[in-house]
Ligand binder design. Structure first.
Ligand SMILES: Nc1nc2c(c(=O)[nH]1)N[C@H]1C(S)=C(S)[C@@H](COP(=O)(O)O)O[C@H]1N2
Ligand SMILES: [Mo]
Length: 437
């Protein structure tokens, strides 16, 4: 992906040592090389430049010769990183504000999505809400209906939780078509982000209102023009749902539901109602538009699944990934993201030969529940064609299905909850492409 005049730096003795540590076909190398147990010189197989012996003192660039600019009130990324943007479509002329922008997963590292790059999915645009005028009403089957202002909620005890958010339509492009469409990791899978969400437990507010006997669901509605509404079983609402007020430490962004959103960990993004204005305690689901006309999965026999909330166990290699080009032979790090709506990630396997052989990637030992996990594995690429795949297993024992196994479960019309294995083909020229394998 960089600089090619270093490609010849794979010395043959280093290469032999690395290949002795091959753990799966087509050049996958033991993850112990990422643990500081590296072979001498393996670091040199990447891209660092050799400093010429006679280089002498480094020349000082212009920016080292004069004071830089002053501190500022609200920071921005480097102007040299300006290409790292959400993948946003042209404005929707027919239905203003309706649409989505995607997180550029292939341009980011780690697991936390910067707020400015959190994906967006709006059914009727982003309302400009004045928090002083906004109210959250809690009513229905309760002892005492309550109304909260933004100020009121800020005074409640809060919790902070790192969780992913994924639209159930994420990766849906890979669910259909005779062949895979061209795309980047973010373009295909970027209706996915992960943040630290801080807010008030819904159970705290429900306790205060007093849930009546016989109540079994809550229904939540947003203050946007779409009046998006969703139903959530009461046991989930009491377990881990929060009324999120902060995202990565600052007030949640307008795009994410300012001044408050319901955040439902691990479940399809649609249920995390933004611009939350109403919660009603009920004895059944409301069957809102967004849980009948959409967000159901059509099966081969013409029936549909409804209230399929948790997101499936899933992973995607973000580098090397679609639309990238490997410009040198040698050692590369295969890296990506894994997550599950049913717990934490226990294992990620990687294949470089289209699923014939697999090796365990390195993941941090201490994995968070319902959050993104970063995985890595060294790969020695010397110009052979390859098909890179990743396969995640979660703490509940669920294993990410092949694309074919996923497709067989549903009607061809269904695009929701796609979690089949992503295949990236690498050509002899190093071009990486989305393929169905
Ligand atoms: N009120 C309201 N809530 C909403 C939506 C919306 O359009 N209006 N979109 C939903 C969908 S489909 C998803 S995937 C997530 C997206 O959250 P984000 O835009 O913060 O990424 O919000 C959900 N909550
Ligand atoms: Mo969504």
């Amino acid at each position: 992906m960089q600089n090619n005049n270093k490609s010849e730096r794979v010395r043959s003795d280093e290469k032999i040592a690395l290949l002795n540590d091959q753990v799966a076909g087509n050049g996958l190398i033991s993850r112990r090389h990422l643990l500081g147990l590296s072979l001498a010189g393996a670091g040199g197989l990447v891209t660092s430049s050799v400093l010429a012996a006679d280089a002498g003192l480094l020349t000082r660039p212009a920016w080292s010769m004069t004071p830089g600019r002053d501190p500022s009130e609200y920071g921005n990324p480097s102007s040299h990183a300006a290409q790292i943007k959400r993948l946003a479509p042209a404005p929707n002329a027919i239905s203003p504000g309706t649409g989505a922008s995607r997180t550029p997963l292939h341009l980011l590292q780690g697991t936390i999505t910067p707020n400015s790059l959190h994906f967006e999915r709006h059914h009727s645009g982003v309302p400009d809400i004045d928090p002083a005028q906004h109210r959250l009403v809690l009513h229905g089957m309760v002892r005492q209906p309550l109304e909260f202002s933004y100020e009121d909620l800020l005074a409640y005890p809060m919790v902070s939780r790192v969780h992913f958010l994924e639209c159930s339509g994420n990766s849906g492009g890979n669910s259909s078509g005779a062949s895979a469409s061209d795309g980047s990791a973010g373009g295909i899978h970027g209706l996915l982000s992960c943040a630290e969400w801080t807010g008030v437990r819904l159970s705290t507010l429900l306790d205060e209102a007093g849930v009546a006997a016989g109540a079994s669901w809550i229904t939540a509605t947003g203050a946007d023009a779409a009046s998006l509404g969703r139903s959530v079983p009461l046991d989930k609402a009491l377990r881990d749902v929060i009324i999120a007020l902060y995202q990565n430490g600052e007030p949640i962004r307008p795009e994410q539901g300012y001044p408050m959103r319901m955040f439902v960990p691990g479940w399809e993004g649609n249920v995390s109602v933004k611009w939350l204005t109403q919660i009603k305690v009920t004895d059944g689901p409301a069957n809102f538009r967004d849980e009948t006309s959409r967000y159901t999965e059509l099966l081969p026999d013409g029936k549909s699944l409804q209230f399929t909330y948790p997101m499936g166990v899933k992973s995607v290699i973000t580098s090397p990934s679609g639309q990238m080009t490997l410009t040198r032979h040698g050692l590369h790090e295969v890296t990506g993201l894994a997550w599950s709506g049913s717990g934490s990630i226990r294992r990620v396997e990687i294949s470089a030969d289209g699923g014939r052989t697999w090796a365990d990637a390195l993941i941090d030992a201490d994995q968070r529940e319902l959050a993104l996990t970063r995985f890595r594995l060294p790969w020695l690429w010397e110009g052979a064609e390859a098909v890179l795949q990743s396969r995640a297993t979660d703490s509940a024992g669920n294993v990410q299905p092949s694309r074919a196994a996923w497709v067989a479960q549903y009607s061809p019309a269904n695009r929701y909850h796609f979690n089949g294995i992503q295949s990236w083909a690498v050509s002899a020229q190093g071009e990486v492409k989305n393929v169905y394998a």
